[in-house]
Design a protein. Structure first.
Length: 556
């Protein structure tokens, strides 16, 4: 191999999405790869990032790197990139089914004659082929709530998210958007001739060196392109580094990503969107004001949030409790509003109490899909812009105020039998935090949701709950749930109620959370006991969020 030549067995090239999907021989997810794992959050973020690039007509939008291995059948196995390719294929399929007149144009990116351009793992390939790659079924998949395996359920959830995000886009604009995605959405494609070579590339890309946050690039661009004198530039760089040292690298990247939104209500559309960052800084006072006034105040607010050390006088304990549980929510959309409020109004203690209660409620309403996905971003943006204006935050059209319809939907959601593990666990952690002397738990703690009435039944339980449908519905109500350790959960299994109680309350070294201690007075586990407890627990949540008045306040 001569100097300057590509190493044998490796080829790297930049291709647009259409070029990747239409590669001869097709793309295949090998059986050793994990299944489809993207949640609503990742799907929504990809769509919104692509839409932002489309709106500003960026010449390209880079969505990352994929690593492919040419197998013995001349097909390309996907070593890294399955989630992005599967999701963009679903976007194409949705557009194909929405626009019959353009179906052939998009279908050529999905099937090569009768052969799928993208072949998922064997367990999911038929499902993906039938609902996504064959024309006419994406809408049905988006509306289908039939229970399935995790990967198939996530594919169905992705279809629902795609429809929710794009259903109000008119046909002409949808066509223009997806044509842009196929043409301008770009990837760095690394082809390897063998798995060992591909694995080395993958490990190096994902593990070697410090994770790139873009902070150094943003700093350089901001300072060097802002017409500062040499002395001012040196002082600005020193100030930047002082603030950066306050955080872990990833946390500082989060703060930088939020800054255009905090300053001007605008989001960075991609990590490399330097112009948008610089424009937001210039629009709100320039580099000197940003570095010596705005960034330090916002940084101090974020640091207090991350450390749960917010100082708002007598409201501090309540506000820190609410921020703790909001940090357990997967989305961080609430955080810019919290930062903006603390940077401007931390000294107004009772106002802080009201603001964070409203933000807490709105955050969970968004997480439970009570607030329309399409309205969430704009309402959070209004909250950021108007943190000092109570009329804009609360009242009939307030950014953080739930409408009557949203409140009714929220009550209905809390009262629904809940079968999705993560949301069920999140609600129980939130409930524990709302209870007197409740623990503040993390989603990463050794704490699991135990169904007192088991989901799978068992002889003891089936004799007491003979109606299978009612038993299943009752099993997933909040009133049937407690929080225990993983070991306790495994041990409890489908044991009778008296034995479960011993496990919950007599396991050496295991904490007893308040939401579990709540069942200590219930001697027999019946449908009536579950429903009464459910009503009581939902009321505790609603009182903590201010949706209903507490018994104490009513008595007063």
């Amino acid at each position: 191999m001569g100097f300057g030549e590509t190493p044998i067995g490796l080829v790297s090239q930049i291709l647009n999405l259409a070029g990747v999907l239409m590669r001869k021989g097709g793309l295949q997810v090998p059986r050793y790869q994990r299944p489809y794992t993207w949640t609503e959050r990742e799907v929504r973020e990809l769509i919104r990032d692509l839409w932002g690039a489309f709106e500003r007509q960026a010449p390209f939008y880079f969505i990352g790197q994929i690593v492919l291995i040419r197998n013995t059948r001349a097909k390309f196995e996907i070593s890294d990139g399955q989630q992005r390719l599967a999701t963009t294929t679903m976007l194409m399929a949705y557009t194909r089914d929405r626009l019959p007149g353009r179906a052939k144009h998009y279908q050529q990116l999905i099937l090569d004659g009768a052969q799928p351009r993208l072949l998922l793992r064997e367990e999911d390939a038929g499902f993906f082929r039938g609902f996504v790659q064959e024309p006419g079924h994406m809408m049905a998949l988006a509306r289908d709530n039939e229970p399935r395996s995790d990967s198939k359920e996530l594919i169905a959830a992705a279809a629902r998210t795609i429809e929710m995000e794009l259903q109000d886009v008119d046909d002409r604009e949808l066509d223009a958007f997806m044509s842009y995605v196929a043409r301008a959405c770009t990837l760095n494609v690394v082809d390897a001739d063998e798995r060992g070579c591909a694995q080395t590339v993958f490990n190096t890309l994902n593990k070697r060196g410090s994770p790139l946050s873009g902070a150094d690039i943003l700093k350089s661009d901001l300072i060097e392109n802002s017409k500062l004198s040499e002395r001012e530039a040196n002082a600005a760089a020193q100030k930047w580094e002082q603030i950066e040292d306050m955080f872990e690298r990833e946390d500082f990247a989060v703060l930088l990503g939020m800054m255009p939104f905090l300053l001007a209500g605008e989001r960075i559309l991609s990590p490399g969107d330097l112009a948008a960052f610089r424009a937001a800084v210039e629009k709100t006072g320039g580099v000197q004001k940003f570095l010596f006034d705005q960034l330090p105040r916002y940084a101090a607010a974020l640091r207090a949030i991350l450390a749960n050390a917010i100082d708002v006088g007598q409201a501090s304990a309540e506000v820190n409790r609410r921020v703790w549980v909001m940090k357990q929510v997967r989305e961080l959309d609430w955080m810019p509003a919290a930062i903006a409020f603390l940077a401007e109004h931390a000294g107004e203690h009772e106002r802080a109490r009201r603001f964070f209660r409203a933000l807490d409620l709105f955050t969970f309403a968004c997480e439970l899909s009570v607030v329309d996905n399409r309205a969430q971003r704009s309402r959070y943006a209004r909250a950021v812009r108007h943190v000092g204006d109570d009329k804009m935050l609360y009242g009939p059209k307030g950014a953080l105020e739930l409408t009557e319809k949203e409140q009714m939907a929220f009550f209905a959601t809390l009262n629904r039998s809940r079968k999705r593990d993560r949301l069920r666990r999140l609600l129980m952690i939130r409930l524990e935090a709302a209870m007197r002397d409740g623990h503040l738990l993390r989603m990463t703690d050794d704490v699991t949701v135990e169904h007192v009435l088991p989901k799978s039944g068992g002889a003891y339980w089936e004799a007491r709950f003979p109606d299978k449908v009612r038993r299943s519905d009752a099993a997933h109500l909040l009133g049937n749930l407690v929080l225990v350790t993983h070991a306790q959960n495994t041990l409890a299994d489908t044991k009778p109620y008296p034995e479960k109680r011993k496990i919950f309350f007599n396991t050496p070294g295991a904490p007893i959370h308040q939401v579990t201690r709540d069942i200590v007075s219930i001697d027999e586990w019946t449908l009536n006991a579950i429903e009464e407890r459910h009503e009581r627990l939902v009321r505790i949540l609603c009182e903590d969020w201010g949706l209903v008045r507490s018994d104490a306040s009513q008595a007063a």
